[in-house]
Design a protein around this ligand. Structure first.
Ligand code: TEU
Ligand code: CA
Length: 558
């Protein structure tokens, strides 16, 4: 297997809007990130993935871009960006940008021109189609509710938007679109950035003829039919030849609906496309009949089965990203751990050990290293996220769902759970802003904040710091081969890693009750690399009793 820096790195995702506000307008910004680089250096991360900072009307918080080469006014200036990049590099931290090119904002000059007439040079930069008897061109639904088509009176045609109506899909079948995107990417690489996270990159090639899709929710055809389209690998190979292969980059594709087989192509070890992809199968296990809105927790046995499938399925052929959190996912402590005060920290550490000892590049989402939890939403007015707001409206008004039944599901899975401000300290607004935050701060910042955890040696922060240092020190953690033990156990996630004559044993009790697990005799004199759990300060993880306390985890090294 090829060894390289982006396989040996740990990535930290920053959602700039909610990370640190340096000028008191209640919105995080680039200078705020620069102020906190020493914090990230202390954590030990190698790379920052920066969610979009480009000019945007913020219909989808920056994932609707109106100028790929200007900085969003609220986040600062290009000079602020350049300084952040320089300061990060001075600390040995690389910067990966978020590339959102499946769609632009409807305020991007390309779309403004495209919609102005039926025959301008940018018309085919987007998907324009005639309606059918007063209806949209096909039955696709938007991921943000409603039809995926918007009627445009001026030219009496519809345009495709698989996300919000202010996010028209780019037509990647048009070579001029690809040329413009590749040139823009090259200019960013020439500025010295270190890679791209590619937003819904598996969507850029639509099925020929844009056919209707099977209706999945009673209203619209499944937009998912457009994932992994006929030419997606051709376009990524062209991107690789034109841009990526000329620079030393980390590239990760966000590929909803990707399978292990597809991922072997997207993230092949020959390097003809991307370095790795974000899969979604494990993040959909607590949904409800294909829908994300539910109050169910992640079921451990299916989770073990899925993560093991990916570990074994890509080993030696491609490369995994490892994540449980990002700006689109609710907090993992609520889905897999105990968000209450009893075992919150123990469960956050146990979950971290479980993920970070696998083969792949780990991604830490801002606040995950503190064990931050979901927000206590009380009403639909608390939400800012277009996905949550639109879903609530469609499911209650058009699908007749009882708001009292639906609200807890939206509250549990809303993307806003990940977007409340980073919790720096116990002061008002958690030290995130001296102004009024754009979204309320979680009141539990009194108990959960960076300042307190930096000072306490058994904090979640210190646990993540130790896991990152271990990955930098032990090659087996990066390149070792994975094998799951106890596949059917409903509480214990136990697996081994093997590399040459070394072996790791990773033991995690992801439950709120005691369990018994006695490691194989061969581990009797193994080195304990890390050990966490409630009140375990003085006990050995290999105690004769084999007692595993609630959310106790440890790693043995031979
Ligand atoms: O997300 C794509 C995507 O699949 C999301 O719709 C995700 O499935 C959903 O939000 C899960 O609840 C990317 C970005 O990460 C997201 O923030 C953007 O809203 C979206 O693309 C459109 O750019
Ligand atoms: Ca600000």
């Amino acid at each position: 297997m090829n060894k390289t820096w982006w396989k040996e790195s740990v990535v930290y995702q920053i959602y700039p809007r909610s990370f640190m506000d340096s000028n008191g307008d209640g919105i995080g910004d680039l200078n705020g990130i620069t102020e906190k680089l020493d914090y990230l250096k202390k954590l030990g991360i190698d790379v920052i993935w920066l969610s979009p900072v480009y000019r945007s009307p913020n219909d989808d918080n920056g994932y609707d871009i109106s100028d790929y080469e200007a900085i969003m006014d609220e986040f600062g200036t290009m000079a602020d960006f350049d300084r952040m990049l320089e300061e990060a590099h001075a600390r040995g931290i690389r910067i990966v940008m978020d590339l959102v090119v499946n769609h632009t904002s409807d305020e991007h000059p390309w779309f403004v021109e495209s919609r102005s007439s039926r025959n301008n040079s940018k018309r085919d930069f987007y998907f324009w189609r005639e309606g059918k008897n007063g209806s949209p061109p096909n039955n696709w639904g938007s991921f943000f509710s409603g039809s995926a088509w918007e009627y445009d009176e001026k030219t009496d045609m519809y345009y495709l938007h698989q996300f919000s109506r202010k996010q028209p899909d780019l037509n990647w079948d048009n070579p001029h679109v690809r040329r413009e995107v590749f040139d823009m990417m090259t200019r960013w690489c020439e500025k010295g950035i270190d890679g791209f996270r590619m937003d819904v990159i598996s969507l850029i090639s639509k099925p020929d003829g844009l056919p209707d899709a099977p209706v999945v929710n009673g209203l619209y055809g499944d937009g998912g039919c457009a994932f992994n389209g006929p030419y997606v690998h051709d376009y990524l190979q062209e991107m690789n030849e034109e841009v990526l292969s000329h620079y030393d980059l980390l590239t990760v594709g966000e590929t909803p609906n990707v399978t292990v087989e597809e991922a072997r192509q997207y993230a092949n070890d020959e390097g003809t496309e991307l370095n790795m992809v974000f899969q979604f199968e494990h993040m959909n296990l607590d949904g409800e009949n294909g829908y994300k809105w539910s109050t169910r927790k992640l079921p451990l046995v299916p989770l073990k089965e899925n993560l093991s499938k990916w570990q074994i399925g890509l080993d030696g052929l491609a490369w995994n990203s490892l994540y449980f959190c990002n700006h689109d996912q609710p907090r993992i402590v609520n889905r897999l751990g105990d968000p209450g005060s009893l075992f919150r920290e123990a469960s956050a550490k146990c979950i971290a050990t479980c993920l970070h000892m696998m083969q792949g590049t780990p991604f830490i989402y801002q606040g995950e290293e503190l064990g931050m939890t979901n927000y206590p939403f009380r009403s639909i007015k608390d939400f800012r996220d277009i996905e949550s707001i639109n879903a609530y409206r469609e499911l209650t008004e058009q699908r007749g769902m009882d708001p009292a039944v639906l609200f807890p599901m939206i509250a549990a899975k809303s993307r806003d759970n990940a977007r409340t401000p980073m919790q720096w300290d116990v002061t008002e607004n958690a030290g995130f802003t001296t102004g009024t935050p754009w979204i309320p701060v979680n009141p539990n910042h009194i108990e959960i904040n960076a300042r307190e955890q930096l000072l306490r040696k058994d904090s979640v922060f210190q646990h993540y710091k130790k896991l990152i240092a271990m990955r930098h020190h032990y090659e087996i953690i990066v390149y070792g081969h994975y094998q799951l033990l106890l596949p059917e156990d409903p509480d214990l996630f136990v697996y081994t890693r093997d590399l040459e004559d070394h072996r790791l044993l990773v033991v995690c009790n992801l439950s709120d009750h005691n369990r018994i697990y006695v490691p194989d005799e061969v581990f009797r004199h193994a080195e304990v690399l890390i050990h966490s759990g409630p009140d375990i300060q003085d006990c050995s993880p290999c105690a004769e009793s084999g007692i595993l306390r609630p959310y106790e985890s440890y790693v043995l090294y031979l």
